[in-house]
Design a protein around this ligand. Structure first.
Ligand SMILES: [Zn+2]
Length: 333
C-alpha cells in the first residue's frame, strides 16, 4: 500500500485541543447540574468517538496473541512469498490447513501484470451469523514482489495480516455469532509487481470487489475491515482519510472503550490499500494500518521487516479493537 505523504500530519495537538474542549464541556455540564437539574446536554453533536460518557467495556473481546505470533514465525520461515512463487503456494496450503472444517471458498484467477501473468487466489472463510448481512475482515498474504530475490520476509507486511486472520478464525469457529456473519478474506496480489499504480496493485481485491458486485454480495456487506502491518511493537494505527468516516470513528470508539486510543489516529493520512476497491463501490470500509514502521517508516518494504520488530501486545490491541468494532457494528440499529 502507499500513503498520500502530502496529507501526512501529526495531529496530536488537534486531539489534545478536542479533548480539552470536551473536558471543559464536561466540567461545565457538571457545574450546571449542581446548580439545578438540567436536561442532558446533547453529546450527539460531538464526534461519537470522543464521547467520554460511553461506558468502558467490562468484558473486552480478545485473541490469543502468542498463538498469533507463532503463526507469524511459521509464515516468515517460508521465506519471501510473492505471487507466482513456490513459497506463496506453500503459504496457501498453510492457510487452508488451519481452516479445516470451516466453510472455505476461493476466488482464483489469472492476473495480467507488467511482469506477465500470475495466478492470484483470494481465500475466504465464512462464519455464519444470525442476522442478515456480512462483516468482512481482510488482510493480504502475498509479500512484496520486487524484493522477491532478497532476504525480505515481510513479518509485518504480509505476515501479521495473514496470522491475525488465522487467529480470528480460531475465535469465530464453533461459536453461534449473534449478529452479522463474519467473512475472513486472505487477499492476494495486494503488492505492486513493478511500481504502485491504479493498475499495478490490489489485484486480488479489485477482482473480488467486481465479482461481489456482479453476484449481489456487495450490497449485503455492512462493513469491510482491513488489517495491514498491525504487528509493529511501536503501534500507531493511522487515521485513514480514504476510509469511511463513520467506520473510522467507530474503530476509534472501540479503541477508546478498551483504553487503547493512544495507539490510534495520532497520524492522519490517505492510504491506498485493499479497501479501495470496496470504498469505491460504496462499501463502508476502514483500514487498520500502521504505516509508521520504524522511524519514518524505514522498515517498510526492506529486509529489516523481521519478527523482532513485532510484539504480541500490538496484535492483542488490534485484535481486540477489531472484535470490539464488530460488536459496535452489531449494536447499531
Ligand atoms: Zn507491502
Amino acid at each position: 500500500m502507499i500513503s498520500g505523504k502530502s496529507q501526512h500530519v501529526r495531529r496530536g495537538g488537534m486531539l489534545a485541543c478536542i479533548l480539552l474542549l470536551l473536558f471543559t464541556l464536561a466540567c461545565a455540564r457538571e457545574k450546571s447540574a449542581e446548580a439545578a437539574p438540567q436536561p442532558a446536554t446533547s453529546t450527539a453533536l460531538l464526534p461519537t468517538a470522543l464521547d467520554r460518557t460511553a461506558a468502558p467495556e467490562t468484558n473486552p473481546p480478545s485473541i490469543n496473541a502468542d498463538r498469533t505470533m507463532q503463526y507469524i514465525k511459521d509464515i516468515v520461515a517460508f521465506g519471501p512469498r510473492p505471487i507466482g512463487s513456490a513459497n506463496h503456494k506453500r503459504l496457501e496450503q498453510y492457510i487452508y490447513s488451519h481452516l479445516k472444517g470451516d466453510q472455505v471458498e476461493d476466488d482464483a484467477f489469472t492476473a495480467d501484470t507488467p511482469e506477465g501473468k500470475f495466478p492470484v487466489r483470494n481465500i475466504i472463510a465464512k462464519f455464519p451469523g444470525t442476522r442478515d448481512g456480512i462483516i468482512v475482515i481482510a488482510g493480504h498474504y502475498d509479500t512484496n514482489y520486487p524484493l522477491r530475490n532478497t532476504a525480505y520476509v515481510g513479518a509485518n507486511d504480509g505476515g501479521s495480516s495473514t496470522a491475525i486472520l488465522l487467529e480470528f478464525a480460531n475465535q469465530l469457529r464453533g461459536k453461534k455469532l449473534d449478529g452479522y456473519s463474519v467473512w475472513l478474506v486472505w487477499t492476494d496480489g495486494e503488492e505492486a509487481v513493478k511500481q504502485w499504480s491504479a493498475t499495478d496493485s490490489l489485484y486480488g481485491t479489485r477482482h473480488l470487489a467486481e465479482k461481489w458486485q456482479k453476484d449481489g454480495t456487495l450490497k449485503n456487506i455492512k462493513a469491510f475491515l482491513l488489517e495491514d502491518m498491525i504487528g509493529d511493537a511501536d503501534l500507531d494505527i493511522a487515521h485513514d482519510m480514504n476510509s469511511t468516516p463513520w467506520l473510522e470513528t467507530m474503530v476509534y470508539q472501540a479503541a477508546t472503550r478498551l483504553g487503547y486510543q493512544s495507539h490510534f489516529f495520532t497520524i492522519e493520512t490517505g492510504i491506498e490499500d485493499d479497501h479501495l476497491p470496496f470504498v469505491q463501490r460504496g462499501v463502508p470500509s476502514a483500514d487498520l494500518i500502521d504505516l509508521d514502521y520504524g522511524y519514518n517508516n524505514v522498515f517498510h518494504h526492506t529486509p529489516q521487516d523481521t519478527i523482532d520488530k513485532l510484539s504480541p501486545k500490538s496484535l492483542q490491541i488490534v485484535g481486540s479493537v477489531t472484535l470490539e468494532t464488530i460488536r459496535l457494528i452489531n449494536a447499531m440499529k
